[in-house]
Design a protein around this ligand. Structure first.
Ligand code: COS
Length: 383
């Protein structure tokens, strides 16, 4: 029977995230929203194993499930969405090292990612002219004649934590004529010659997270730092995004929860004719719709995550959860603005921050349109 109730270990991991989020992170969240990268916060989370929730305890992770992962991300996002996205991308890179890496690669790259020796991990797929059509990327990886090293050349864009990461998972073409099957994945040391960080994007939300472009100018990568065989880089990226999309759904719902909580607190504080504003039907119906959409979306995120835990392909369910949760968060944060008081409309108020932070969730890790393409394709494939 499917019960949607997290088990004791999942609740324990959620509890770790909640304590850290509502304690030290809450004190710094405003500073992160003002643009301070959350270094101390991600290191604090790493101290509890939360930068590698599914990775083994022996390597510094928590040995948890995908359900535990979304529970933890939602807790962190409710307090600071910038920290949550930094945590989500690091966990995603760690998951790929766990799934596709050798024992030596896990020791070299995964352990420092989990323990906080690396501040973060970065995932470099998107390029200036390859976003939604990810397989059309142009970064090249050319193998040396002696077969020992690749030279990576190209530019990546919109890369979360690209300037602070200890390891960057880079997707590049090893065979220009083989389409998606010509893409391979590489673990790149940012200290490598030829690597440089470009512009820091000035974003409307998630201001504490870092978003940069990266340039690779003949960056030498030893063959032992290729993740998996040549040609499976696109599969690695899509596998990462299947899990990542559940995480972004959870992040969006954490943001939505913060927005709804702030609306309820604001309404309780404002009385009209001795009646709480929330008892007015116009407001009450809106609040009910906000909470109901969030609840439905959360069940979708949980189900997609549980399917992944069961080892099943869940591309369709992850895409459905992502599009529905992020659009629900868009509805909730916009409706909250309509119910807010004048003070709540300050950009640094909880409602203002949630409104700004929620928007990008419908864009990154695949736009709402890309999710609909994935859903439709999976339905056609299965018919
Ligand atoms: N898991 C494993 N493998 C997958 C997969 C998945 N979820 N999705 C696709 N693949 C595999 C396919 O099986 C196929 O392999 P074979 O050639 O061996 O059969 C290969 O990958 C290519 O698949 P497909 O033909 O579907 O690729 P497309 O180029 O048509 O992909 C979409 C289209 C839109 C789905 C893809 O480009 C995408 O997800 N784009 C959005 C990228 C994104 O989210 N960017 C944000 C980056 S992080 S901010």
């Amino acid at each position: 029977m499917m019960d949607f109730l997290p088990n004791a270990d999942e609740l324990r991991i959620q509890g770790l995230a909640r304590s850290y989020a509502r304690g030290p992170l809450a004190e710094r969240a405003a500073a992160h929203d003002a643009g301070a990268f959350p270094t101390a916060s991600v290191l604090g989370l790493a101290g509890f194993g939360l930068m590698g929730i599914k990775s083994p305890v022996a390597l510094g992770g928590l040995g948890g499930t995908n359900v535990a992962y979304v529970l933890a991300i939602r807790e962190v996002a409710q307090v600071c969405a910038s920290t949550a996205v930094t945590m989500a991308v690091t966990n995603m890179v760690g998951d790929m090292l766990l799934q596709f890496g050798t024992a030596a690669q896990q020791e070299r790259w995964l352990r420092p990612l989990l323990t906080g020796a690396f501040t973060a991990g970065a995932f470099a797929l998107t390029e200036p002219s390859a976003g939604s059509d990810a397989a059309s990327l142009g970064t090249k990886a050319v193998l040396s004649d002696d077969g020992n090293t690749y030279a990576l050349t190209g530019t990546k864009m919109w890369i979360t934590s690209g300037d602070v990461a200890g390891v960057i998972l880079v997707m590049a073409k090893t065979d220009a004529d083989a389409g998606a099957r010509g893409i391979s994945a590489f673990l790149v040391d940012p200290a490598s010659a030829g690597f440089s960080v470009g512009r820091h994007e000035q974003k409307m939300g998630l201001k504490g997270s870092s978003t940069v472009s990266l340039t690779f100018d003949g960056v030498k990568v030893p063959v032992e730092d290729r993740l998996g065989p040549e040609g499976i880089g696109f599969r690695i990226a899509m596998t990462a995004l299947d899990g990542g999309r559940c995480g972004i759904g959870a992040q969006a719902l954490g943001i939505a929860q913060a927005s709804l909580d702030a609306v309820l607190a604001s309404m309780a504080a404002r009385k009209r004719d001795d009646r709480a504003l929330g008892t007015d039907q116009a407001a009450a119906f809106r609040i009910a719709d906000m909470a109901t959409r969030m609840e439905a979306a959360w069940l979708m995120v949980l189900r997609a995550s549980a399917l992944k835990d069961a080892g099943q392909r869940m591309s369709r369910e992850a895409a459905m959860a992502k599009v529905f949760a992020t659009e629900a968060a868009g509805f909730v944060t916009k409706t909250a603005m309509g119910l807010a008081s004048a003070a709540d409309l300050r950009t640094d108020s909880p409602i203002g921050r949630a409104y700004r932070d929620a928007r990008v969730a419908r864009i990154y890790e695949g736009t709402s349109e890309v999710q609909r393409i994935v859903i439709a394709r999976e339905l056609v494939r299965a018919s």
